[in-house]
Design a protein around this ligand. Structure first.
Ligand SMILES: Cc1ncc(COP(=O)(O)O)c(C=O)c1O
Length: 410
């Protein structure tokens, strides 16, 4: 039972996952400055796209201002191919259902809404904390006409994307892979981001490598890359004047930000190794507690972006959550995410609840949710939490986190 800690709070706030810079980034940023390519074109962008495509194993990467934009363009391009070109002032998914991961960050499916589509949330499976292939099959039984699936890898721990891909193939559906959190992870030796017909990665400030912001759309189809580049630059046609046949966006990555990302690529493996060491230290230290770390599916190598744990059902103390608040009743030998997160906060560190599933969000309260086993997502949200996972966390800091988590179960 956590009753306030005798541990001294850290002098500096320990973030859950913050940027880790190495110096090379500045070389490329300075290059952009010195050559005056302070723009959305330039050598850093060219190189960023080349390296990103090579790392993921796709033919083309399109550098964008963020992963949400990348997902938007993936969805819009896929929708146009599936359903034809919409009127310029209509969404490309008007009235169409799209099967979406449920336990993810809202950005995975926000672009479905931008395009007038109707998400159907597919429950999570216990075994992987990712989209449940059985629930996806069930959704196709109900809606055999659905043609688009959006799948996100949670916390950089890949799920059963090969099964998901097979199911999509069987039902002639397009798979969009949201690998925002999974850069550096792989399945059967192949990098996350290479499995979708269209994929997206993120270089947001909290990701495993970062440009402060940024994202890439990934594809093997040259015409998709060309369309994405055009739409991302206000859909300007090749003409001397501003000529437009499509609605456009200002989504291109800055050459300055591309410089930061270019400098970070060489450190991806190192960051994954550091995160893996953090996960293993937690796992070992909590081996005798009634908790489990986030699951690792056979034949996958996570990037270990965020370490998370789930408390065994019998060792949960009473916890109540309203829309924006949480309370708990402390109990000897038991704990809950709210107590543990408060304990972590008390020493000036940051943990986080599990991403609240989309079907539990007020905005989606009337949206359809397909589950085969009693709402697994809600259960993981109730009993799970993300632990501090910054790759600059010292072993002493991690020991303090471990100590304070253990104290919650006394
Ligand atoms: C699963 C997931 N999808 C999409 C995004 C959006 O990425 P960005 O912030 O680069 O738009 C994020 C995180 O930010 C994410 O975690």
């Amino acid at each position: 039972m956590f009753l306030g800690s005798s541990l001294k709070p850290f002098n500096e706030h320990l973030y859950i996952s913050s940027p880790t810079m190495h110096g090379e980034e500045m070389k490329y940023v300075k290059e952009a400055y010195d050559t005056n390519w302070m723009s959305t074109i330039g050598e850093n962008i060219n190189q960023e796209e080349k390296i990103c495509a090579e790392k993921i194993g796709k033919k083309y990467a399109v550098a964008l201002d963020c992963c949400t934009s990348a997902l938007h363009l993936c969805i819009k391009i896929a929708a146009q191919k599936l359903y034809g070109k919409a009127e310029y002032n209509k969404g490309s998914l008007e009235g169409k259902r799209v099967f979406c991961s449920d336990m993810t960050f809202a950005a995975t499916l926000n672009p479905v809404i931008y395009e007038g589509g109707q998400p159907v949330f597919i429950d999570t499976e216990e075994e992987s904390w990712n989209m449940d292939p059985v629930a996806l099959e069930k959704a196709f039984e109900k809606y055999p006409d659905v043609k688009m699936v959006i799948y996100a890898e949670l916390y950089g721990f890949p799920g059963k994307i090969l099964e998901i891909k097979e199911i999509c193939k069987k039902h002639n559906a397009v798979l969009i892979e949201d690998a925002a959190e999974a850069m550096g992870a792989n399945v059967d030796g192949k990098p996350c981001g290479c499995f979708g017909d269209y994929s997206a990665v993120s270089f947001n400030g909290n990701k495993i490598i970062t440009g402060s912001s940024g994202g890439c759309l990934l594809t093997d189809d040259e015409s998709v890359a060309k369309t994405a580049r055009k739409w991302a630059t206000q859909s300007r046609e090749m003409a001397d004047w501003y000529q437009h046949e499509d609605v456009g966006y200002n989504y291109r990555m800055s050459n300055v930000i591309a410089g930061v990302i270019r400098g970070q690529f060489d450190y991806l493996e190192e960051h994954c190794k550091q995160k893996k060491a953090i996960y293993n230290r937690y796992k070992e230290a909590f081996a005798d507690l009634p908790v489990k770390m986030n699951p690792i599916v056979e034949n996958t190598n996570p990037n270990f972006w965020l370490s998370a744990l789930i408390i065994d059902e019998d060792y949960m103390c009473k916890q109540t959550r309203s829309d924006c608040d949480a309370e708990f009743v402390a109990e000897k030998g038991k704990s809950c995410p709210t107590e543990i997160l408060q304990a972590i906060k008390s020493i000036n560190a940051e943990g986080r609840p599990i991403w609240k599933p989309m079907h539990m969000q007020p905005i989606y309260k009337t949206t359809e949710f397909v589950s085969v086993k009693n709402d697994v997502g809600a259960d993981i949200f109730n009993r799970g939490l993300c632990l501090p996972s910054d790759n600059k966390m010292t072993e002493d800091q991690q020991k303090a986190i471990i100590e304070i988590v253990r104290a919650c179960f006394e």
